[in-house]
Design a protein around this ligand. Structure first.
Ligand SMILES: [Zn+2]
Length: 299
């Protein structure tokens, strides 16, 4: 199998893009690189990593379609029509792994017989995938040969370029509350209009959408159900990171305590959350501590 190599300067550039965006916004960042065969060797060289105009968040980065189209044209002119491309992106300080969003995004880059993909984090961990599209779809995660060692400081030129090319994603839709697939009366989108930016720069409970009615001692269950439903959706689509999820759950419980509600929201472990959010109803994340205490007394 062919080997894939990248020079240390180009590797550093990718890591520095990742660090720059993580340092300023705690966001991901992504871009492209050129892949050329090394003459007379079963080796490909990855070079010219770059970023393009894009929208970023803590769990996603989406390259601007027009900017990408222009990039392909530009690279074909510079490197010839046979040039291949690598889509790369960062996961901030999270693990370097392929998320569901990532594998779906790969399909959008299908061209020719094969493509390569790279995901990195700021600790320089990575996953590198060779994806064959023809004659049948298959992939292998393999090593990328990095030629040389890496530096630590982010050059100012990189910080500046990242600022110019990236805008932070602001959530512009609010989803209606669902409970077993039915609309609950507590969360009415009309209350907030269609542009209630919920997780744009999530920083604690005050930015959390209060679900319609004010929380009282008596409506804690339905109030928390809507809130958990919303948080789970955002966790699953990658727009809310686990640490922010935990913080939000803790804030929800704080509010429930304040109004003397006996409802509490259970926070799943990081390993279990995705599965739980997919397979459980929101109310299954709740417990009533009053009921629990009674049961204790009975036994
Ligand atoms: Zn990813």
């Amino acid at each position: 199998m062919a080997t894939f190599t990248i020079g240390k300067k180009d590797w550093n550039k990718i890591i520095n893009y990742a660090r720059a965006r993580y340092t300023s916004e705690k966001d991901e960042i992504g871009g492209m690189a050129v892949v050329n065969p090394v003459p007379n060797e079963d080796t490909y060289l990855i070079s010219h990593p770059t970023i393009l105009k894009q929208e970023t968040s803590g769990g996603n980065c989406v390259l601007d379609k027009e900017a990408l189209a222009a990039y392909y044209v530009d690279m074909a002119l510079k490197h010839g029509n046979d040039v291949q491309f690598m889509w790369w992106h960062s996961h901030g300080n999270m693990g370097a792994f392929w998320s569901g969003t990532d594998t779906r995004t790969m399909d959008e880059y299908a061209s020719g017989a094969w493509s390569v993909f790279l995901v990195v984090n700021i600790k320089e961990e990575y996953k590198f995938r060779i994806m064959a599209w023809k004659p049948q779809q298959m992939y292998i995660d393999t090593d990328l040969e990095i030629l040389g060692v890496t530096e630590k400081k982010i050059p100012n030129s990189i910080t500046k370029e990242v600022e110019e090319q990236c805008s932070t994603r602001v959530w512009s839709t609010v989803k209606s509350g669902k409970l077993n697939g039915k609309q609950t009366s507590l969360l009415d989108t009309n209350v907030y209009g269609d542009d209630f930016g919920i997780y744009g720069g999530y920083n604690g409970y005050n930015e959390y959408p209060h679900v319609g009615d004010t929380l009282t001692k008596y409506n804690g269950r339905s109030w928390a159900c809507s809130a958990v439903d919303e948080l789970n959706d955002h966790y699953m689509d990658g727009t809310l990171q686990y640490k922010d999820y935990v913080e939000a759950i803790s804030d929800l419980n704080g509010e429930l305590v304040k109004v003397k509600s006996t409802i509490r929201v259970h926070c799943e472990s990081e390993g279990m959350l995705f599965h739980a959010a997919q397979h459980k109803y929101p109310y299954q994340f709740l417990e009533d501590i009053a009921v629990k205490e009674t049961q204790w007394q009975l036994t």
